[in-house]
Design a protein around this ligand. Structure first.
Ligand code: SGN
Ligand code: CA
Length: 561
C-alpha cells in the first residue's frame, strides 16, 4: 500500500528511532501529511498561467519622465490620475531601472533585449547596426499587426512595424514634423496631442482587427527644452513646488564625476532655452550670462515653430517671465537664483507631464470603451529617469537613483492583481523577452534579459536576480558625465568611473537613500567592496562586457586621452 510505504520512508529518515509504531502518533502523521499534500495541490491550482488567447501589447514610453513626477510614486509634485490608473489596476515596480541612462541606448536595449555594449548603441551618437533582430520584427513575423508613433530617436527607421510615423531625431513640441515610410508630414498642434491622435487613429481605423496588435506609443515629452502647450504653460506658470532635499548639494563626499558634471541648475541651465526669458532681455542685461554659452538660435528653434495664433498665446507668458527675471535676478544671491531656476524648470516640465497624463487617459479610455481592455497588456515607462533638482541637477546619465531608476507600471487585467507593487530589480533589458513570452513567441537565445512574467503573475519565487549591471559611455559630451560601470543590489551600489579618472564609489542604498555619502574609502567596508567587486566581475563576464570592449568603444568614440 502506498500510504504504508510512505510511512516506512519517513521512519527511515529519523535515524532508526521508531516514533510511530502504532496508534495515535501514526494517525497524526497521516493527517499532517494529507494537509501538506492538500496545500501543495492548492498552491499548484492557484498558480496563474498565461491564457491561450494572444494578448495585445500597448507599450507607452515617455522621454525623460522621472518617477518623482508620477503621483503613483510620489504626490509631492503633480497628480497624474491617468498613469496612476495602471498602478491602481495593475502592478507598479518600485525598483525598475535602465542599464545605460540615456535615450538612444535605452531604446536599443529595449528593442534588442541586449546591453548596449553588445548591441553597439552605447551612446546617442554611435550608429545602430540594423542587421540586428529587434522584438517588433518577431511580433510582425508571428502575425501581429504592429505600429509605432512618436519619438524613436534612433538614427534609423524602425523595422518590424506595419505602420509608423516618427519624429526626426529629438523632434519638436510645436507643430511637429514626422517621418513615415513614404514622406515627411508636418502636423499642426502640440506634439503630445498629435502623437496620441495618430495612435488613436491607427487603433480605431487603420489596424487589422482580425489580428492582435503590438503598438509602441512614444512621447517626446517631457524632454528638454520643456515647451508646454500654451494653456498648460499659463496654468503652471504661477505654481510653486517643494524643493528636493539635495537642491543645494555641494557634492561633498562624492567623487570628481559629480563635481565635474555640467547639469547644474545654477551653472548650466540656460536662461532663454530652458527658463524661457527672451534672448533680447538676456542680451540687454549683459552680465547675467551663465557659464554655458547660449546662442539665441536655441530658443528660437522651438519658439519659431509656433504660428501667429499660437504665439499670441505664448507671448504674454514669455513677457511675464522676462519681466520678473529682469526685476529680480540682479538682486538675488546664488541660493535664490537656484530656487528661481528650479521653480521655472518645474513649472514647464510638469506642465508637459500634465499633457502626457491627459493623453494617456484618452488612450486608456479608448482601450476600455472598445472592449480591448481585458486582453491588452498596457505598459507605461520612460527611456530613463531624470533629475528634478536633486543634487542641484537636471538631465540624467548617472548610475545614481533618479536617473538609473525608471517608472514602470503594467496593467494586464485578470492576470496581474490590481493595486500591487513589486520591489524586484527589473530592467529595460527585460522588456523584449517579457513581451515575447506574453505573446508565446520564442525569444532569441542571445537576448540578455529575463522575462518578468513570473513577477506579473505573482510567482515571485521563480525570480532570483540579486544584482543588475550598468554601463554609461557618452563622455566627453554634453553634460560631461564621466564614463562609468557598476553593480547595483538592493543594498549597495558600487561604480567605477574611468577614462580620464580611475575612481570607485560605494553607496549604501538603505541607509543613504539620497546617495550623498560615498563610503568607498572607509575601511569598514573593505569586505563588502571585495565581495561586490567579485560579483561585478562575474556580471561583466556573464553579460560579455570587458576592459577590451571599454577600450574599443573609447577608440571608436573619441580615442585615448
Ligand atoms: C539634447 C539636450 C540635452 C540632453 C541630450 C540627450 N539638450 O542634447 O540636455 O542630455 O539631448 O537627451 S537640448 O538643449 O538640445 O535639449 S536624450 O534624452 O535624447 O538622450
Ligand atoms: Ca531620454
Amino acid at each position: 500500500m502506498l500510504e504504508s510505504e510512505t510511512n516506512i520512508d519517513i521512519g527511515a529518515t529519523i535515524g532508526g528511532r521508531s516514533i510511530y509504531p502504532e496508534g495515535k502518533e501514526m494517525k497524526v502523521i497521516f493527517l499532517y501529511f494529507k494537509i501538506f499534500v492538500f496545500l501543495l495541490a492548492l498552491t499548484a491550482c492557484s498558480r496563474k498561467e498565461i491564457p491561450k488567447e494572444l494578448p495585445n501589447i500597448l507599450f507607452i514610453m515617455a522621454d525623460d519622465h522621472a518617477y518623482q513626477a508620477i503621483s503613483a510614486y510620489s504626490n509631492k509634485l503633480i497628480q497624474t490620475p491617468n498613469i496612476d490608473r495602471l498602478a491602481n489596476e495593475g502592478m507598479l515596480f518600485r525598483n525598475a531601472c535602465v542599464s545605460n541612462s540615456i535615450c538612444a541606448p535605452s531604446r536599443a536595449t529595449i528593442l534588442t533585449g541586449k546591453h548596449t555594449h553588445i548591441n553597439g548603441k552605447i551612446d546617442n551618437r554611435m550608429p545602430f547596426d540594423t542587421t540586428q533582430i529587434t522584438f517588433p520584427q518577431l511580433f510582425q513575423k508571428a502575425g501581429y499587426n504592429t505600429a509605432m508613433f512618436g519619438k524613436l530617436h534612433f538614427g534609423n527607421n524602425p523595422k518590424g512595424v506595419d505602420d509608423f510615423m516618427i519624429l526626426p531625431g529629438q523632434g519638436n513640441y510645436i507643430n511637429p514634423t514626422f517621418i513615415s515610410s513614404d514622406r515627411d508630414t508636418t502636423i499642426e498642434g502640440y506634439a503630445t496631442d498629435v502623437i496620441t491622435d495618430l495612435t488613436l487613429n491607427w487603433l480605431d481605423k487603420k489596424r487589422d482587427k482580425t489580428k492582435p496588435f503590438m503598438m509602441m506609443y512614444l512621447h517626446k515629452a517631457p524632454h528638454r527644452p520643456w515647451w508646454p502647450r500654451p494653456d498648460k504653460f499659463k496654468k503652471f506658470r504661477k505654481k510653486v513646488f517643494p524643493e528636493p532635499e539635495t537642491l543645494y548639494d555641494n557634492y561633498e563626499n562624492r567623487g570628481s564625476a559629480a563635481k565635474k558634471a555640467e547639469m547644474n541648475l545654477l551653472r548650466h541651465m540656460m536662461y532663454s532655452h530652458d527658463s524661457k526669458v527672451w534672448p533680447k532681455v538676456i542680451e540687454e542685461m549683459g552680465n547675467v550670462l551663465p557659464v554655458v554659452p547660449e546662442p539665441p538660435s536655441q530658443f528660437y528653434e522651438g519658439y519659431e515653430r509656433a504660428n501667429e495664433e499660437q504665439r499670441k498665446l505664448y507671448d504674454p507668458i514669455l513677457n511675464e517671465i522676462s519681466k520678473e527675471f529682469k526685476e529680480k535676478w540682479p538682486n538675488m544671491n546664488d541660493k535664490e537664483k537656484i530656487s528661481w531656476k528650479y521653480q521655472r524648470y518645474m513649472q514647464d516640465y510638469l506642465a508637459c507631464i500634465e499633457s502626457v497624463d491627459d493623453n494617456v487617459g484618452r488612450v486608456l479610455d479608448y482601450i476600455e470603451e472598445s472592449g480591448l481592455s481585458n486582453n491588452t497588456i498596457v505598459v507605461y515607462t520612460s527611456d530613463q529617469g531624470f533629475y528634478l533638482g536633486e543634487h542641484g541637477w537636471f538631465d540624467k546619465r548617472f548610475i545614481y537613483n533618479e536617473s538609473f531608476k525608471t517608472p514602470l507600471l503594467i496593467r494586464w487585467p485578470n492576470l496581474i492583481d490590481a493595486g500591487t507593487t513589486n520591489d524586484e530589480m527589473v530592467q529595460n533589458l527585460d522588456f523584449a523577452q517579457t513581451f515575447l513570452e506574453a505573446a508565446g513567441i520564442m525569444a532569441p537565445t542571445d537576448m540578455q534579459g529575463e522575462s518578468i512574467i513570473p513577477l506579473l503573475l505573482g510567482n515571485d519565487s521563480e525570480w532570483n536576480r540579486e544584482a543588475v549591471y550598468y554601463h554609461y559611455y557618452e563622455y566627453p559630451a554634453v553634460h560631461m558625465v564621466k564614463r562609468h560601470y557598476g553593480i547595483v543590489t538592493k543594498e549597495y551600489k558600487l561604480a567605477h568611473f574611468y577614462y580620464d579618472v580611475d575612481e570607485w564609489e560605494l553607496y549604501e542604498r538603505l541607509n543613504d537613500p539620497l546617495e550623498i555619502n560615498n563610503v568607498y574609502g572607509n575601511p569598514d567596508y573593505a569586505g563588502i567592496i571585495e565581495e561586490l567587486k567579485n560579483k561585478l566581475s562575474e556580471l561583466r563576464i556573464m553579460y560579455k562586457d570587458s576592459e577590451v570592449l571599454d577600450n574599443k568603444y573609447i577608440e571608436m568614440t573619441g580615442g585615448k586621452l
